[in-house]
Structure formats: structure tokens, C-alpha cells
Ligand binder design. Sequence first.
Ligand SMILES: Nc1ncnc2c1ncn2[C@@H]1O[C@H](COP(=O)(O)OP(=O)(O)OP(=O)(O)O)[C@@H](O)[C@H]1O
Length: 680
Amino acid sequence: MSTPVDDPLAREGAHLAASRSALRAMREDVEALDITDVTANWVNAEVLARQIDERIKALADLSDTPLFFGRLDYLHAPGAERAEGAAGERFYIGRRHVHDADGDPMVIDWRAPVSQPFYRASKKDPMDIALRRRFGYTGGDLTAYEDEHLSDPGEAAGTSKLLQQEIERPRVGPMRDIVATIQPEQDEIVRSGLGGTVCVQGGPGTGKTAVGLHRVAYLLYAHRERLARTGTLVIGPNRSFLHYIEQVLPALGELAVQQATVDDLVAHVEVRGADDAPAAIVKGDARMAQVLRRALYAHVTLPAEPVVVVRGSRRWRVPAYELEEIVRELLDRDIRYGAAREALPQRIAHAVLVQMERAGEAPDDRVQDAVARNSAVKAAVKAVWPAVDPARLVLRLLSDAEFLAEHAEGILDGDEQKTILWAKPVRSVKSARWSAADAVLIDEAADLIQRTASLGHVVLDEAQDLSPMQYRAVGRRCTTGSATVLGDLAQGTTPWATRSWAEALDHLGKQEGAVEELTAGFRVPTDVIAYASRLLPHIAPGLTPVASVRENPGFFEVRSATETSEVVAACTELLRNEGSTGLIAADARVPALAEALTAAGIGFLAPGEETTRETRLTLVPASLAKGLEYDYVVLDEPQAVVDGEPDERTGLRRLYVALTRAVSGLIVTHAAPLPAQLAA
Ligand SMILES: Nc1ncnc2c1ncn2[C@@H]1O[C@H](COP(=O)(O)OP(=O)(O)OP(=O)(O)O)[C@@H](O)[C@H]1O
């Protein structure tokens, strides 16, 4: 019988058990904290209690997530300046830091500098690593390990089986983290500094979303205090997508990252209406920002009358030309409309004070405040620099042809103006049927009036679908921070879809952002991605096709199915496999397919609903498929997916998205002929 001493696996198992009890002890220490004496008031107590609560949650030992997944044996002790626990030469790499009762590290956080060679070291550049060990788990049990002697010239470089297994593991439930298998080119993006914006172009399944989420986790580790103050945000295309990814960061111990759609960010009004494509295109065009600025500043009128302030028996007169100077100076300064409006009364009061001093008085700050509040000053401010409500400003632009023409002159042509004008004038902000694009305009106007607060870091996923005005809305939420922009130009399905990343970064206000490309595909099997890539020359010429890293060639079949029952049969067939199945269909065909599934007694979910062992089928309208994945996919009627979009290119892009959701197998069913572009 082997003993822990001679059996490496047993030895590693013992380290796992010891690490687990150390983690338990760390948690118990936090749970035992008594804060009654240390907090001066209840607000502090509540904040502290919440922090403690979060810390306890972050220290949870999740039975199905291994505490460590790798080990690094350094040749030398890493430099003290870069080491968390530099004393030892051996480090276990895991999701979070675990230390023993003496404070010595048992498990090192994957984000620590000493963990980096786990992801980056190679035979070519061993990074001072003698041994890299990967661990394999079955359930929560440590059952395998695999070694690479990176500094041993005699050992050939090979591909890791454990890595391959992890990549090919079937999917059930929401998205999970990839910390154990982040690839070198992904790691470079994950660990790029907080100061810079990174934009990642990558085909379907290249790990963009995964990389973006891990980058936030990394940044939170490396800049914890700063980001706790300024905040982080992940932006995704819709609720079901956000739901799909929402557990990745908590699994990495990060509970404080906000998630939102762009619509959530700009929810100044209730969106009840929709634009047709031509109107949405103009409203989403960056030129609208100029129109709004002009329309807003048109409210400022240069004063023609003096301001006369009466105080006691004296009258102080600020002549019109002096007022004009003040107004011009405020217009020239780079401050918001609202801030300038707030400054104006003080400026006028200051001019009065100068006169008072000249007249031998010695007014103090209180006098200046009193003058600023004087009714004559208030009236002048109201006339010269009136308060503007952003929603009302947009309402007027969209309902008043003359007002729009005046401010869009030389920016939008006559047809464009007509396109965005509402058919019927609308009376109030409340009664208007605002569209999503209108809400973005209101957000732009609101920011012209009052600066939007900036976060420390924003991750923008599926960015290719944003309009220039939406990019601006996101950009103003990270003016003093940085962004990770993730997308695929070939998957852009909005009429205003991004044409180039340079342009997108420009609208975002992050011209300096670096564009990186990911081309290794972790999701889609070789045969399927090859089939889908036939569309690339038609939808995004010039993009590199994804190269699948999956060894399993996957299952792929195109078959004719004239009845919905045959589509249902394809689902039943795929459900015999382990993992999730998605039935993706043109939105218009979803009701009929839902009916057919129900008639056949097959339970199914909507996208974003969590798959369970019992219900593993999701019926996905093509319009919601983006970003999601299933082990097996039945793609119903490709031509209908194409026809569901207003133009052929968008239709083919939608089809490309739908074709690239499968991890292990795809059946395409069709009654109508397949789109010609899919022919080999
Ligand atoms: N290094 C990796 N190791 C294991 N799995 C990975 C790795 N990178 C990505 N994956 C997996 O590949 C799948 C696709 O990743 P992800 O959804 O991030 O790709 P994407 O580029 O955002 O795709 P899409 O363009 O379709 O939205 C996910 O299941 C993800 O967990």
C-alpha cells in the first residue's frame, strides 16, 4: 500500500486537506470577529458587518471548485519584491490565497505575480520554473496530476491532457471560470495594466467574455483599494447574457462587480417605443452629440441688460458688457452647462463685491453669498443661463422641426432630420414613447449638463453592436478609468454595427487603446467552425477564421426536416448526450417550435434560465443567441434566420452567431434551401 510519503498524489491530497482546514480556520477567524467595541456608530458598524459578511462569503470552500489546480516549483526563490510568500520555492496556485496559522501561504492566488509562470512559462522561456504541475479533479477529489519539467532540455514540449480535458468538459448551467486553463495569449490581456484600455477582436468562442471577466478579477486583485473606491462594471448585451455570466466573478471571490446592459445605464426615461432602422441609425450617429450640444448652448443668451443689486440704501450695477465677459469666459471654460450655471451667480456677485471694495466697503464671503442669492441676480441667471432638463431638450428636438433644423443645420441633412422627427408632436416627457436610442440621447444631454461619474474600469462585451452614441455613453462612465472592449466584427447584427475598432475606440474616447486579436477557438469544434467560416468572406472580409483547439472533432450534420416534428426528433437525439442542448431558430419560428416541443412532452427553458439535470433543452430565438453556448445545438432553418433580418449581410451575421454556439455537436435542419453562401 502506498503511503503519502512515496505516493505523490497522496502527498498532494494531504496538502489539499491541510489547505482546506486552513481555509476553514481563516473563515472561522472572520466569523468570530466581534465588532461591537470597535465601531463608533451604527453606520460604521453596518459597513463593517457587510464587509465581514462578504469576506466570509469569499472564503467559502466550494465543494465542486478545487482549492488549487496547479503547482509551481521555482528553481530559485522568486525575488522578494514580487513574491507573495517568497520564502518558499514551491507554490500551489488556486482561486484564492490561503495561509496557515503562522501566516505562511498554503495556496497562492492565481493573480499574484508568482503565479504568472503557471500561465506563461514555456520550454522556450521557462521563467525560472523547474516543475509545473497541473491537477485533475473528479468532483471535489484530487485524482490526477501532470508534470512539465520546463527547465529540463531533455523533456519534449507536449500538449497537456488535463488542459485538453478541461477545455472539452461538457457544459451544464451558467458560464464558469477558466482560471485553471487561461492560455498565454489570453493571460497577456488578463494581466494588462489598469492604466490602459484594451480592445479584443476575437471570433466566436475565442474566450473574449472569459478574458474580460478574468481581467476584472485580476485588476481588483492588483488595485483593490482604488477600484473599491471607483467601482467596476461589466456591460453585456441583454439580461439573459448577464444571467449566464453572473456567477463567474463570485466564483473567483469577487462579489462587488456591477453588471448592466447599455440600456440600464441610460435609463433616464421609461422606454416604451421602438425606432425603425433609419431613425435609429441617425439617432445613434455621433453627429447627434454635436446637435445636442448646439441645442443646449443655444439656451445661453448674451445679456443685454445690466444687473442692479439693491442692498440697503445702495444700488450696485453690473453693466451688460461686464456680464457678457463673465458669460463668455464661462462658455470658453471646459466645464459642464450646469456647473457654469451654478458658478454664474457667484461671478456676478464677485463683480458687485469689487465695486463695493472700490467704494470703500469691506464685504466678506457672506456678503458675496447674499448677493449671489439676490433676486435680481437670480433673475439675470434665469434669463441668461436657464436650467435645462435633458429629456425635455431631446423631446423638443424630436418634436419641433424648426428647433431641430436650427441646431442640426450643417450637421444633419434635411432627410436625416425628417427621419428622426416624431410623426406627432409629444407634449410631455412622461407621455412620450421613448425608444432605446432616445434614452441614449437623453444621457448625452444629461452629461452635457452635469458630468457623469466615472468608474475605475468598465468591461464592454459584445461591443460590436453598439452605436457611436452608445459607445459615448459607455465612454463617459470610464473617462478617468480604463476599459476592456470585447467583440467580433463578424457578429455585428445592428444596422450601425462597428466597422472598425479604431473607430469604436474613438467614440469611446479611448483612442490610445490597444487592439489585440484572439484566434484560438475553445468552443466550436473544427468541422462546425469550418462550416460557419464559409460565411466570413461575405460578412467580414479580412478577419482571421477561428482555429479550433478542441481535439474532439465534434458531431456535425446537415439534414432536411420538413416537419417541426423532425426538428423535435433532432433535439431528442441530441438530448441523449450529456450536457446542454440549444434549439436555435429564427424568432418568428419560435412559437411553432415551442408548441411542437410541448406537444412532444419535452420540457424546455428560455435563454438565461439555468439548465438543470432534468431540463437541459433551451429554445433560443436567434436574436438572443449571442454570447451563449450549449453542448449540442439544433439549428433550425438557416434561411429563416437570414430572412429574419432587414438585410442579407445582417442575416448572414445572425446565422454565423447561431452556427457557432455548439461545443460538441451541431445538427442543422432545413426544409427551405440553405443560403447559397454556405455552399462549399
Ligand atoms: N483558456 C480556456 N480554457 C478553457 N476554456 C476556455 C478558455 N477560454 C475560453 N474557454 C471557454 O470557451 C467558451 C467560449 O468562451 P467565451 O464565451 O468567453 O468566448 P467569446 O469569444 O466571448 O465567444 P462569443 O464571440 O461567441 O461571445 C467558454 O465556455 C469558455 O469558458
